[in-house]
Design a protein around this ligand. Structure first.
Ligand SMILES: [Zn+2]
Ligand SMILES: [Zn+2]
Length: 213
């Protein structure tokens, strides 16, 4: 597997980050969470000679999929998401396929692995690029903070597990691409987060629920 390239683009009015992920060999590309300013996202791909064939969703909150129908119309891409998010995605896109936990979604000669990371919402996926050493974390992990776990469908204990056991199991030098620009820097590393992010300092799931639930 070859390393994929990641381009981070801030869009919209609530500091959403989208990513364009491309294979430098074949030019096949994926968009993550096309919500706003879809024209800008597609231009970023075109400028690099990339063709968007896949759309990856971290979850289906509106600020992550508001531009999904437009992105699908422009590209004809296949949407990949968590099984519980398929129905919401299908309202906007004709081709939606659930991704299994740990499934490798191929983008040209590279791969993006689906990591189920429930907590913020039951259908949250972090998209991991092993050869690049990057993970797109959506509303699970921000630079210096985490996504909210106070929605009716949120599950603080599951969030604790997702942060500590799923993201915590990745190599510490892995670069974090969050779903919003809420930190001091647009990206960080897991090593930095596990030292500086207060939400990652809570060892125990019950204590985590008290603090964040
Ligand atoms: Zn969200
Ligand atoms: Zn969000």
């Amino acid at each position: 597997m070859n390393a994929l390239e990641v381009v981070q683009i801030e869009v919209g009015l609530i500091q959403n980050f989208c990513e364009v992920i491309g294979c430098p060999v074949t030019g096949e590309a994926a968009l993550v969470d096309p919500a706003f300013e879809v024209d800008r996202l597609l231009r970023a791909a075109t400028q690099r000679g990339w063709t968007v064939t896949t759309i990856l969703l971290t979850h289906t909150h509106d600020d992550h999929i508001a531009g999904l129908d437009e992105a699908v119309q422009q590209t004809g891409a296949v949407v990949r998401c968590h099984p519980v998010e398929v129905e919401v995605a299908r309202a906007q896109a004709p081709q939606v396929r659930a991704a299994r936990d740990r499934e490798d979604v191929l983008i040209g000669q590279g791969r993006v692995q689906a990591l189920y990371t429930p907590g913020h919402m039951p259908g949250c996926i972090c998209w991991y690029l092993p050869e690049t050493g990057a993970v797109v974390t959506g509303d699970v992990l921000f630079v210096g903070s985490i996504g909210g776990v106070k929605y009716p469908q949120s599950d603080p204990e599951a969030m604790h597990h997702s942060l500590q056991r799923v993201l915590g199991a990745l190599p510490e030098e892995t670069r974090v691409y969050p779903g919003h620009d809420y930190g001091k820097t647009p990206t960080s590393t897991l090593a930095w987060e596990f030292v500086h992010n207060p939400a990652l300092q809570v060892d125990d799931a019950a204590a985590f629920r008290k603090l964040y639930g």
